[in-house]
Design a binder for this molecule. Structure first.
Ligand code: PHE
Length: 502
């Protein structure tokens, strides 16, 4: 905002003259037009002090060459300073500093001087030379430019002359908005800031009676309300949690990010040579490097089941199970490690009671990072343990679960997991992407996983898992996962993303 001084000078000028436009004011107050416009805007915040009319004008403005012509003389007159009466060779003229100084206007200035009949071409010596025909060269061009500077509207300059100046690229016409200022109904040269607030003191001492109050500005934007927001992923996690709770599921404790290979792999009947147990896929811990204790009798049954089927109508994997391999600590690669711990715990409670469990939390994989893969992501997992469940129960539960998410058209494809049989990948047609996309993985936990835990023979456990990130990206149109999570996330994104307000 320009100082009060400029506003005051402006008002005093208007008081004296009655009216003025912004250009005239800039000249009179000796300040830049922007400062005048700023002052006008400031004064307008006081009601009816001035009336302002916006005027669009076509004004003539000087190009760089035009400004040079105005200050140093027109190109043709400057050219004449190097052309003597006896003439000059074209090559000598072109080499002269004056000619060079004329820049783009140099060549046309020769044409102009010829047109004015100031010079003539002489070819008698074979090469081109210019000879001077007049002694005086009055600078008409500079004169009309000066005239135009005084009245940039061009009204006091001949149209043909203007056209010629424009063609010679000395001037150009620009559309300029200016303001016409006149006195308003409450005109004053002394601006007084109105009171913004009526205070208790003003009421107590009666001073409110003599104060001017600012009118209410009902069109002003409100101050943005500061508020906390859920990160999009937390928001989606909350939606899944609600769905599970509505379906009668209980949440499993998922705070254990560091897990032993035993619970992450061995308990899930994942053989110790399985490629997922390689450092290429899994982050192993250096400190603490190993876990020491597992329930002894359970460990023994797991070992036997891996080696020879443990007597559960299976022949196992037929290899020597090593405790040292099971001891290795890692960052859990799936939340099924949590499900394994919970099912083991459940199996210890007699008599068996059917349960429905869910979890939503972070898992870690040694992935090649790209637009859709990170080394950390979140998994959603649902588990139901009950007597005599069938594949139909799993498919029905998945239909129920995904319907609540607004996904109806499920397709199943046989798949393989070491711990489930049968296993099914779950797909759905996505209208937005116009293609069938994978939305989850599922299966019935194998007896080789459940029986060593001590679960009754006729108890069947169905389970499924999916990532939080993938459906979030699809649903909310994120094409790069790094816009959703990680160090490159825009910190204000959680505030401004429309989805967190739904
Ligand atoms: N653990 C599986 C995964 O990480 C998901 C899954 C959970 C599959 C439960 C079947 C049963 O992809």
């Amino acid at each position: 905002m320009p100082g009060f001084g400029v506003c005051r000078q402006l008002l005093e000028y208007i008081e004296a003259k009655g009216a003025a436009d912004a250009q005239a004011l800039a000249k009179a107050l000796k300040c830049a037009p922007e400062v005048v416009v700023g002052a006008i805007k400031s004064i307008q915040t006081f009601e009816n002090v001035i009336n302002v009319a916006e005027v669009k004008q076509q004004l003539w403005q000087f190009t760089k060459d035009g400004q040079d012509a105005l200050q140093k003389g027109s190109p043709e007159v400057r050219l004449m300073s190097v052309i003597p009466a006896e003439g000059i060779a074209a090559s000598d003229l072109e080499a002269s500093p004056v000619y060079k100084g004329l820049g783009d206007a140099a060549k046309p200035s020769i044409g102009q001087a010829m047109k004015n009949k100031w010079i003539a071409i002489d070819k008698s010596s074979g090469a081109v030379a210019y000879v001077r025909k007049v002694t005086e060269v009055p600078d008409e061009t500079q004169k009309v430019l000066a005239q135009l500077q005084k009245d940039p509207s061009g009204k006091s300059t001949d149209d043909k002359v203007l056209k010629d100046l424009k063609k010679r690229k000395l001037v150009e016409q620009k559309s300029v908005t200016t303001y016409n200022v006149t006195k308003g109904s409450a005109f004053t040269t002394t601006l007084r800031k109105g009171e913004a607030d009526l205070t208790a003191d003003m009421l107590a001492d009666g001073s409110w009676k003599s104060k001017d109050f600012k009118p209410f500005n009902l069109a002003a934007d409100g101050v943005p309300v500061s508020r906390g927001t859920l990160h999009p992923l937390l928001k989606v996690r909350e939606e899944y949690r609600q769905i599970f709770l509505e379906m009668g599921f209980e949440e499993m404790p998922t705070s254990r990010f560091v897990e032993s290979s035993f619970w992450n792999f061995d308990a899930l009947f994942q053989p110790q040579q399985h490629p997922a147990r390689d450092a290429h896929d899994t982050f192993f811990m250096t400190a603490p490097e190993t876990s020491a204790s597992f329930p002894a009798d359970y460990e023994e049954r797991v070992k036997n089941t891996h080696e020879n089927g443990g007597g559960y109508e299976s022949i196992g994997y037929q290899y020597n199970w090593e405790r040292s391999e099971a001891e290795k600590n890692l960052l859990r690669t799936h939340t099924t490690a949590v499900s394994a711990r919970m099912l083991y715990k459940l199996a210890q409670q007699k008599p068996f009671k059917p349960v429905k469990y869910f979890s939503i939390d972070r898992v870690f994989r040694n992935e090649t990072l790209d637009a859709t893969h990170l080394a950390e992501f979140h998994q959603i997992e649902g588990v139901i343990a009950d007597y005599n469940l069938t594949l139909g129960d799993l498919m029905g539960t998945l239909h129920n679960f995904f319907t609540r998410l607004g996904i109806h058209d499920l397709r199943f494809k046989p798949a393989y997991n070491p711990y489930t049989e049968p296993s099914m990948e779950v797909f759905s047609y996505h209208a937005g992407l116009d293609k069938v996309v994978e939305i989850g993985n599922s299966g019935m936990f194998r007896p080789e996983m459940l029986r060593p835990m001590g679960l009754p023979e006729d108890v069947v456990v169905i389970a499924w898992g999916l990532s939080v990130e993938r459906p979030t990206m699809i649903k909310y149109g994120y094409s790069n996962i790094r816009d959703l999570i990680g160090p490159k996330v825009d910190l204000t994104a959680a505030q401004s993303a429309p989805l967190v307000r739904l």
